[in-house]
Design a protein around this ligand. Structure first.
Ligand SMILES: [Zn+2]
Length: 274
């Protein structure tokens, strides 16, 4: 499943290739994604419009158009956006095609169909049901120790669940949460209300550093790697905690443990994370 670093890589690619281009036509070949693709609305809002920019909100890619519309794409489990020359035969699972000026096309391909494609007026973005309740961006300055410390007072939730909650902070997937907690030396089950501001600072830095590292590695270059849980991420050799149950901790040499929190595997060192 594409995680935030991969989506950010996709966003950068779209920005480089699409800004200034015009979408001449939208062809919906199959509406059946996670929600039905609103083909009429896509055509009405997007066709004939030029791309002004590409943003990301959590794992949603948002393309802004000069007519005031926003195209929203979520890659789901297996979605991909690819460029092709017009006339090149469609691939299996090319569900939505954006025909561009200059004879190229942007194609949304999604074998497992958990992806989403939607369009709306920019003025409706704050109340869009998929976007309205999203928490802070982990790479934004608003994600900081003060804010997280304040937000977590009185809460008994486990810190790992808290940082993976998209209504708190978006895009911290399981692998990144495990690695950030390891780096910050914080036990994953600790009640988040007990985390001091100093430790929040360490954790905020670790979350950001983990994501920035992954983006710097290109995100998509990691596409072919999937661990047994089907999660895309670092190559196993770059992980210090995740997937290393029973192996020696790189810091203290004791064994990495695995527990299950909220149905997800957590890997940590009980000796250095306490
Ligand atoms: Zn250790």
């Amino acid at each position: 499943m594409p995680e935030l670093p991969e989506v950010e890589t996709v966003r950068r690619g779209l920005e480089a290739q699409l800004v200034g281009r015009r979408v001449d036509e939208v062809v919906v070949r199959d509406r059946r994604l996670r929600l039905p693709v609103p083909s009429g609305k896509l055509r009405r809002l997007i066709a004939g419009q030029r791309v002004l920019g590409a943003r990301r909100r959590g794992k949603y890619v948002l393309l802004d158009f000069d007519g005031g519309a926003v195209l929203m794409v979520h890659l789901g489990m297996s979605g991909r956006l690819t460029f092709a020359k017009a006339g090149v035969p469609y691939a299996k699972h090319d569900h939505v095609v954006f025909e561009l000026d200059g004879g190229r096309e942007l194609r949304f391909n999604d074998p497992r169909r958990f992806g989403l494609v939607d369009a709306f007026a920019r003025s409706d973005e704050p109340k869009h049901p998929r976007l309205a309740n999203l928490g802070v961006e982990p790479l934004a300055v608003e994600f900081n120790a003060n804010m997280m410390h304040k937000l977590s007072r009185g809460s008994t939730r486990a810190v790992k669940s808290f940082i993976m909650d998209a209504s708190v902070v978006v895009g911290v997937g399981n692998i990144y949460a495990c690695e950030a907690l390891f780096a910050a030396q914080i036990p994953p089950s600790l009640s988040v209300g007990r985390l001091s501001k100093v430790r929040w600072q360490r954790l905020v830095d670790a979350v950001r550093g983990t994501l920035v590292d992954a983006i710097a590695r290109g995100g998509t270059t990691l596409r072919d790697f999937a661990n047994p849980a089907g999660e895309a991420g670092y190559f196993a050799t770059d992980l210090r905690a995740y997937g290393r149950e029973g192996e020696a901790c790189v810091r203290c040499g004791r064994r990495i443990r695995r527990i299950v929190q909220g149905g997800r595997s957590t890997f940590y060192c009980a000796h250095c994370q306490r």
